[in-house]
Design a protein around this ligand. Sequence first.
Ligand SMILES: [Zn+2]
Length: 103
Amino acid sequence: MKAAIHPKYFDSTITCACGAVYKVGSSLEKIDIELCSACHPFFTGKQKILDTARRVEKFTAKDSKKTGTIKTAKDKAAERAARATAKAAKKANSDTSIKSVSR
Ligand SMILES: [Zn+2]
């Protein structure tokens, strides 16, 4: 071994955020990690969702509200037709208003 070129070798400890501690050999004395094989979903088989913006909660609430009112193609077509007639009526109204202004 060449002198003064090798880093110091420690019997270091790896500490996980879940509390697990591992003893390894490393050039770092102490290592802090967020995930390890004791707490990672791949190894535990449990799903863990970090939902900071409540996105999942909001979606499930919205989804549960929707259930029971599943739209069929017929419903959608009827909705579209209703929207078209409403739009046509609105357009007719706006046309009259323009005429009244131009007078
Ligand atoms: Zn862990």
